[in-house]
Design a protein around this ligand. Sequence first.
Ligand code: 1GP
Length: 251
Amino acid sequence: MFGKNGVYEYLKQKKNKMHMTLIDPDEQDVETSMEISKKSFEYGTDAIMIGGSWGDIYNDKLEQTILKIKEATNNCLPIILFPNSAQGLSKNADAVFFMSLFNSRLPQYIINEPAKGALIIKKYGIETLPMAYLVIRSNSSAVGNWVADVKPIPENKPELTVSYSLTAKYFGMKMVYLETGSGAMSTVQNNMISETKKMIGDDMFLIVGGGIRDGKTAKEKIDAGADIIVTGTIAEKNCDKLEEIIRMIKQ
Ligand code: 1GP
């Protein structure tokens, strides 16, 4: 368990204007993941997300990465799994986004991987953060979209994310994650964010990610209604840019 009350309570206390750093253990060696996490921690990131689109099968590396990140961040940040399948689970993490990829064409990513993972989560005793995951159309060639056979939501149809997000709320989920895919050249549009946030209200977290590479864009998403901004690629390519991104989010 993270802290006295767990990760969900930690996030609830922070409320909004949060940043999460996404680490894909397969994109770099353990030491580099450690360095990125250490810097993100110093810049004020609120949590470390761990997951990849393709790997997670090299479980030893996943475990090593988590343990090293804990060390690098003095155990002060929650480590949240963002798994692509039931194989991306680790008993060393503090929590897991227990998620359904609502707009996958494959039952596997909507419900079967969560169902397989549920038994492992129970055994490991990891805290679950129930979340609807929605991929928005972009020019992204993100591996995850290909693997999960995503039917992307058109970027100019906020009524669809509004409807899916309300569905998530009625299912009892606590979070909605809107994203354009890792490394995307476009971000989730601001009016889609604001319409969605208006519908789900303040008792659900709205997470936004994909293609965010500077402070101005991150701030725009926060102003539109995102509670949490996720960045992954920029941390790998130019980790120092995180300082600006996090500063602008917290402003
Ligand atoms: C991917 O939204 C995240 O799931 C992060 O995207 O790598 O483009 O920052 P980027």
